[in-house]
Design a protein around this ligand. Structure first.
Ligand code: KG4
Ligand code: ZN
Length: 339
């Protein structure tokens, strides 16, 4: 059709290099190269991440275009993550997008990574319904934990957020304490399936309003394990699944409790999840439970749109394209930027 819009999207904010092609609101391709180079270090090493992005970006974009069966000349715009994220990593995506913008003479669109996690819900997905506006989105990733009120694809209001660690960071840090590999979230999720969530209890933070805190929980976890290991050096090894189930339950309890409070305070019953931690099976199950109890409509993203991906950058870029909200060629990456 004449009026179809084809957008190439690029995401390079952390340790995944991703490219996607969207035709209007549908995803034609979404290709991600994960960086295994960080595993040995128990976390993302920024300098290694940017070098891996440089190596990956051309083949990833090439593959995304091939799968979508699109040639560069058909593209209407290039959308990219400008922040927040690791500066060196972001710069790879930004510079690449600028070069396409110049070479193809198409507009470029800057996208906020956290807005993109949320707008992934607006991707056309096998006839599944998108949330109605306004909706509340619990955005839980490695760097952010926020409850955001979304009034339309352009209007976001943070109504609650973490005052210290992010939920994903909490998963990653407790996994590290247990000697589990990075990233810890998926590993804990898997082990917890076989465990007893009531095995250990941890102090929950007492934070007023709709904000979160996870750093105290990490400390409480560390002290509990240290005490147990003193009595039995094999405590962690013997009780891995139970420990994982217990800490996962506590993190999810904290998230669901605040989300419920936010839904009541804002009188909103359209509730969505987003970000890497929304892949967590316990969180997904408990959201559905809470939805049943509180008569919410719950929206859980498909797995491929939970952790970092370029399709979410593409859908956000598409809405900005409709408003001709284009970035100037002088634009640069921003490590920190509020939603
Ligand atoms: O959104 P994301 O891919 O990257 C950031 O923007 O941060 O989120 C990554 C985070 C990591 O902390 C990882 O441990 C967590 O998401 N994560 C999970 C699961 N899958 C990824 N946490 C809990 N359970 C999971 N299944
Ligand atoms: Zn993310």
């Amino acid at each position: 059709m004449e009026n179809d819009t084809y957008i190439l999207a690029i995401e390079s904010s952390c340790d995944d290099t991703s490219a996607a092609v969207l035709k209007n609101r549908s995803v034609l391709s979404n290709v991600t190269a994960n960086q295994s180079v960080h595993e040995a270090y128990g976390g993302v090493v920024p300098e290694l991440a940017s070098r891996a992005h440089q190596k990956n970006i051309v083949p990833v974009v090439d593959q995304a275009l091939k799968i979508a069966n699109i040639v560069p000349n058909q593209l209407d715009a290039v959308a990219f993550t400008s922040g927040p994220g690791l500066l060196g990593s972001l710069l790879v995506g930004v510079s690449f997008s600028k070069s396409l913008h110049t070479a193809l003479n198409i507009p470029m669109i800057e996208v906020h990574h956290m807005q993109a996690h949320i707008l992934a819900h607006l991707i056309e997905n096998d006839g599944e319904k998108s949330p109605d506006f306004p909706f509340l989105c619990l955005t839980v990733s490695g760097g952010h934990t926020q409850i955001v009120k979304v009034s339309d694809p352009y209007t976001f209001e943070v109504v609650g957020e973490t005052i210290d660690d992010a939920a994903g960071e909490a998963f990653d840090k407790v996994a590290k304490i247990m000697g589990l590999p990075y990233p810890g979230g998926p590993v804990i999720d898997k082990l917890a399936k076989e465990g007893n969530p009531e095995f250990l209890t941890f102090n929950k933070p007492k934070i007023e309003g709709l904000d979160f805190s996870f750093s105290g929980l990490k400390t409480s976890f560390l002290y509990t394990l240290q005490k147990e290991v003193k009595a039995d050096p094999d405590f962690v090894e013997k009780n891995k699944a139970d420990i994982c189930a217990s800490i996962q339950k506590t993190i999810v309890d904290i998230l669901i409790q605040k989300l419920t409070k936010a839904a009541k305070a804002h009188n909103i019953a359209e509730i969505a999840l987003a970000g890497g931690v929304s892949a967590n099976s316990e969180l997904r199950a408990r959201l559905l439970e809470a939805a049943d109890k509180n008569q919410w409509k719950a929206y859980i993203p498909p797995f491929e749109y939970t952790t970092d991906n370029a399709a979410m950058i593409g859908i956000t870029g598409y809405f900005k394209f409709l408003r001709e909200d284009f970035a100037p060629s002088t634009l640069t990456a921003k490590a920190r930027v509020s939603i």
